[in-house]
Design a protein around this ligand. Structure first.
Ligand code: COA
Length: 163
């Protein structure tokens, strides 16, 4: 029997559905615009979607962050899960799968700006992000080390999509 829900890589033809999903879930167009710009600029490292039957109900982006000008970090986001299917483990599964892929590619540190409870459960902490200079700070700005050799501090540069 076929699985009802599965994760796969985003294909270019999914972008409209992914933009619509983000606009619905975030109740506004900001994240959809960031995603379109990330893809237009070729600034994504990994994009995953969650299928439930014929519908895309979840999505996550990973992108390059520079530390002191070097391509030595990864950013996570935007990500979202359709409100009707939130709280079923789909979001956590997306993050976990993405982190496995990033670790397999030799990436060492991943940054995120998001819900401390959700990302804390997934091994992220504000403490790990604190030594880094970024356009944001505070409890929502978190990092997780996924391999040895991660930079210990430095200034982060985000892709143009994040303004
Ligand atoms: C955040 C989000 C991606 C989580 O996806 P999900 O599929 O609901 O997540 P999971 O089912 O894997 O949830 C795992 C845990 O995170 C917690 N959690 C989920 N959403 C949360 C939220 N919005 N705030 C705080 N904690 C949250 C839950 O407590 C859950 O734990 P539980 O299962 O023990 O109750 C989803 O709720 C979402 O799209 N929210 C709106 C968009 C958004 O805020 N995206 C940005 C994330 S930075």
């Amino acid at each position: 029997m076929m699985n009802e829900t599965w994760i796969r890589r985003l294909r270019p033809e999914d972008l409209d559905a992914v933009a619509a999903l983000n606009t619905t879930t975030f109740k506004g167009p900001e994240e959809a615009a960031i995603i379109r710009r990330l893809h237009a600029d070729n600034d994504t490292l990994l994009s995953l979607v969650v299928h439930h039957h014929d519908e895309i109900v979840g999505h996550i982006e990973f992108f390059r962050i520079l530390i002191d000008g070097r391509p030595s970090a990864v950013g996570l986001g935007p990500m979202c899960v359709l409100p009707e299917v939130q709280g079923q483990g789909i979001g956590s599964a997306l993050v976990r799968m993405g982190l496995v892929v990033m670790a397999g590619r030799g990436e060492s540190i991943v940054f995120v700006l998001g819900h401390p409870d959700f990302y804390g459960e997934l091994g992220f902490s504000a403490e790990a992000a604190r030594p880094f200079t970024a356009p944001w700070s505070g409890p929502a700005f978190m990092a997780r080390i996924i391999n040895d050799g991660a930079p210990a501090s430095g200034e982060l540069t985000y892709p143009a999509a994040f303004g």
